[in-house]
Design a binder for this molecule. Structure first.
Ligand code: FS2
Ligand code: SF4
Length: 549
């Protein structure tokens, strides 16, 4: 097997024997097969679109399928076999429509004519196709590096697009580009510059995808407002919702209303508490349980109710809690309860609800503890005048955006230490699951502004970007001249998409860690560091001194 799409890739140069995430070589092969089939569907979708044929179904399918191949999303080989079958069926149906609508015969390339043999091992077929793809690295390691960057970036963008469409927010140009980028992977004639431009275009499209998702969230649930979120569970029956999907969280809230169950968020769903319409309409949305994804095996085992995982990051579960664990949407694990979507793409959560009712729930009150959530763009830009005054009066020296993913590696302590060492006249904005290393620290205030503000989920990088652009406008300066440094941690492919968005926006001096992506070749990194001064993190002291200097 070969996979190097995430930060924990074995020895920093690709998982070859078994995935550090728990992915088997067999599963990896069928995921590779699916990606190959999606590359074959893409030219057909592009042609159909040119002929005015609706490709909405195929576009949404492509986004969901790419999402399922991301790190820690789906470990169930049977589900991938189904995705492959559906992909070939959709492609062949669409080809028939194209044939009917096209004035001239259309000649498809080999990738669009490929048919897996479903009577034979898909694993071996996937392995053969993957070998062909990997052999491209021998031709040009830098182009191969950029091809992987584009593929991983569109996986991230596709996941945000998938969520946005669930909330009724879609843009044809996003779908169009995702298909074009998949088709580009079929081409051997693109130059290095073509690939660099395509990678930046992934960033541009991902910005639009995040904007759509932001619109989906804020139009449906209102703009987040600073909200205290209890960390101490309350007595009674409980259900835990993990992942990023706020629409599915709302569906669970609806289906648990008046059932005497308290709903807790886990991981990247913490920011859900900041949305006013969720809080108002569902008083049983109470608090947050647990920390970052890599601690879930311990935390899930202790949770006294059902747990529903709506998106990444799912870890291979321990048998001590597999009965109370449920997955939905693109998420899956062989042998773990999967609740399929019903009407309106919403599952019937009854099995999970019943599981919670059958379990004891929390039996003891615990001392109150809380964190604040909801410092998204509106909340921060509404107090822009206080921010500007603070900077002008010298009370605020610098802003740090310490955001991104978490993970198990000890090097990630850098981020905790960094935040602890940020001087008292500086403000820390944070987002995504990396914040769980420091989210409950009491950093105090500068005037009436908290020194630690949680902007939201990883996709709320859009909100953080709007805050930075809003402040740049208020100070009448370029965003790179602001007293703002970005200290980012990455883990999976959504972070790749967000990084490409920041580069597309021309944001310089980003510090990235805990290690650089294995798929970025030395030459490609040199190019990014020369053009954008992208750098690897060093030590908290050294990086703080450099940012403040
Ligand atoms: Fe964290 Fe995992 Fe948010 Fe990533 S919960 S690493 O998926 O997307 O961030
Ligand atoms: Fe390895 Fe990450 Fe790929 Fe899993 S997703 S196989 S850990 S590189």
């Amino acid at each position: 097997m070969f996979c190097e799409q995430c930060e924990q890739t074995a020895s920093g140069n690709g998982c070859h024997q078994w995935g550090a995430c728990g992915k088997s070589p067999q599963l990896n092969a069928v995921q590779d097969l699916l990606v190959y089939c999606l590359r074959g569907l893409a030219p057909v979708v592009i042609k159909a679109r040119q002929l005015g044929i609706s490709t909405h179904d195929e576009d949404v399918f492509t986004c969901e399928s790419l999402f399922a191949t991301m790190t820690n999303v789906n470990f169930d080989r049977k589900r991938f076999t189904k995705y492959v079958r559906d992909c070939i069926e959709k492609r062949d149906n669409l080809k028939a429509k194209v044939k009917e609508a096209s004035p001239e015969p259309v000649k498809w390339t080999r990738v669009s004519g490929y048919h897996p043999d479903f009577n034979e091992s898909l694993v071996e077929q996937g392995q053969d196709l993957a070998l062909g793809f990997i052999s491209e690295s021998a031709r040009d390691v830098d182009i191969f590096s950029l091809k992987l960057t584009v593929l991983y970036g569109i996986k991230g963008a596709a996941s945000y697009t998938f969520h946005a469409q669930e909330l009724g927010q879609e843009d044809e140009q996003v779908y169009e580009f995702i298909q074009e980028a998949l088709d580009a992977l079929n081409h051997q004639d693109f130059t290095l510059d073509d690939w660099v431009n395509l990678a930046l275009k992934v960033g541009e499209i991902n910005l639009r995808a995040m904007e759509l998702l932001d619109a989906g969230h804020t139009n449906t649930y209102g703009h987040p407002t600073p909200t205290p979120v209890p960390l101490n569970p309350r007595k009674g029956k409980a259900i835990l919702v993990s992942g990023h999907d706020i629409r599915q969280l709302e569906a669970i809230l609806k289906q648990t209303a008046d059932k005497g169950i308290t709903v807790y968020t886990h991981g990247e769903l913490l920011p859900a508490h900041g949305y006013p319409l969720l809080k108002q309409n569902y008083p049983h949305l109470y608090g947050h349980y647990g920390t970052a994804w890599q601690n879930q095996t311990k935390e899930f085992a202790k949770f006294p109710g059902a747990i529903i995982v709506t998106t990444n990051c799912l870890m291979p579960p321990h048998e001590t809690y597999d009965e109370k664990l449920f997955t939905i949407g693109p998420v899956g694990f062989a042998g773990i309860n999967y609740i399929p979507a019903e009407e309106g793409n919403i599952p019937n959560f009854s099995p999970a609800i019943q599981q919670s009712l059958d379990m004891p729930g929390f039996v003891e009150e615990q001392p109150p503890r809380q964190v604040m959530a909801g410092f998204a763009r509106n909340a921060v830009l509404n107090v822009a005048d206080q921010v500007i005054d603070g900077v002008k009066q010298g009370k605020i020296r610098h802003f740090f955006l310490v955001g991104g993913c978490d993970g198990a590696k000890p090097e990630r302590n850098y981020y905790t230490e960094f935040v602890e060492k940020v001087p008292e006249d500086c403000i820390v904005l944070t987002l995504a699951c990396g914040k769980f290393r420091f989210f409950d620290q009491q950093l105090g205030e500068i005037g009436s502004l908290p020194r630690l503000m949680d902007v939201g989920q990883c996709n709320d990088a859009y909100s953080a970007i709007q805050i930075a652009l809003g402040l740049a406008k208020a100070f009448d300066m370029d965003v790179n001249q602001l007293p703002l440094s970005m200290i980012l941690s990455w883990y999976e492919q959504k972070a790749v998409a967000v990084l490409l968005t920041l580069l597309y926006l021309g944001i310089k001096d980003i510090r990235l860690g805990p290690t650089l992506p294995a798929f970025i070749s030395p030459n490609v990194f040199k190019l990014l560091s020369e053009k954008y001064q992208l750098k690897a993190i060093t030590t908290p002291d050294e990086d703080l001194a450099a940012c403040l200097g």
